[in-house]
Design a protein around this ligand. Structure first.
Ligand SMILES: C[C@@](CO)(OP(=O)(O)O)[C@H](O)COP(=O)(O)OP(=O)(O)OC[C@H]1O[C@@H](n2ccc(N)nc2=O)[C@H](O)[C@@H]1O
Ligand SMILES: Nc1ncnc2c1ncn2[C@@H]1O[C@H](COP(=O)(O)OP(=O)(O)O)[C@@H](O)[C@H]1O
Length: 291
């Protein structure tokens, strides 16, 4: 079995610029990879069948699974006769704003490129990934990037300043389509993407904290007051910067010191079942082998 890591992402900024005629929104997002990952196992099979093997009851085990779609797309496009059994060990919360499904699809593309011996570049895999979902191209590369268009156009950025990230997910799951659907662009908050890029370039922790912002946050916080409450708790417990990731409902807190991160995690444990304390994997060059 060939194993590939599928790490989650957070959005340091997410700005929505306009609604497009194709149903998507034009966005500007700064995304960075975090060290919380699913593990994808790939085993080629000679009968040509694509199969999903997972014990997670929250993800589909048929053609609705984004990893299945990634395999089906590669198989069809490159006329591959082999099939594959895809084992998904799910560690990233589902429908959480952390791109777990997109990252599984991206890892499947990277892994099958090796297992099926296709010889494609990451750029080629990212173009294919855009056919599966807007977040898949970023997940193909990982690291830190500015994503534009509907999220599929990627410009790589250096790693953000070193920090600890606390992820807390309320029990609800959120539909990205629903949140975008309820966004009112005339009143929405718009983060300063360029200021965040400067903060990252200059490795300026304070400026990064100051620049955190997400257009979709207002919509989700309005629909789900428990997310607002969680944000306030995280701030109260000592997180230096706090923001909702993607369309939510996961809230992340950023701190510089590990001891402070542990304090925030311990304080949150009584209120929230799913809490993780992770590092950023913001530098593509330093991603562990197999990511
Ligand atoms: C909001 C973000 C931020 O990173 O992440 P998540 O919260 O899902 O993790 C992404 O833009 C989500 O990307 P992804 O989850 O791949 O979305 P897609 O499958 O492409 O689209 C799902 C639906 O969301 C809406 N959508 C998505 C992307 C976009 N730029 N504009 C949109 O309006 C559309 O209604 C679309 O049908
Ligand atoms: N491999 C997968 N992992 C997680 N979710 C998946 C997967 N394949 C399909 N899905 C579906 O995609 C939806 C969004 O999942 P996910 O990527 O976890 O959330 P988000 O887009 O909020 O980051 C879920 O409702 C889930 O049913």
């Amino acid at each position: 079995m060939y194993f590939v890591k599928a790490p989650a992402k957070i959005n340091l900024t997410l700005d929505t610029l306009a609604k497009r005629s194709d149903g998507y929104h034009e966005v500007e997002m700064i995304m960075t990879t975090v060290d919380l990952a699913d593990r994808i196992g790939l085993e080629a099979r000679e009968d040509g069948i694509i199969e999903i093997v997972s014990v997670d009851r929250f993800i589909p085990n048929d053609a609705k699974n984004l990893a299945f779609q990634a395999a089906a797309l590669l198989k069809k496009r490159y006329d591959v006769s082999q099939g594959v059994s895809i084992t998904i060990e799910k560690n990233i919360p589902v429908a959480a704003g952390l791109a777990g499904g997109s990252s599984d699809a991206a890892a499947t593309l990277r892994g099958l490129n090796h297992v099926w011996n296709l010889g494609l570049s990451l750029d080629e895999l990212a173009v294919l990934g855009a056919e599966i979902g807007s977040d898949v191209p970023f997940c193909v590369y990982g690291g830190t990037a500015l994503a534009t268009g509907r999220g599929e156009k990627i410009e790589h950025l250096p790693a953000p300043p070193p920090c600890w990230v606390i992820l807390a997910k309320p029990v609800i799951g959120v539909s990205t389509a629903e949140i975008y659907g309820q966004l009112d662009l005339s009143t929405a908050f718009h983060p300063d993407t360029q200021a965040m890029i400067r903060a990252i370039d200059e490795k300026d922790f304070e400026a990064m904290i100051h620049g955190l912002g997400n257009t979709l946050e207002g919509v989700t916080l309005h629909l789900y007051p428990e997310v607002k409450e969680l944000k306030e708790q995280m701030k109260r417990f000592g997180a230096e910067g706090v923001l909702m990731s993607g369309s939510g409902p996961t809230v992340f807190g950023i701190v510089q010191q590990e001891s402070r991160a542990q304090r925030v995690v311990n304080a949150l444990r009584g209120f929230c079942d799913e809490v993780y304390c992770v590092r950023l994997l913001g530098d593509r060059e330093e991603l562990p082998k197999g990511v």
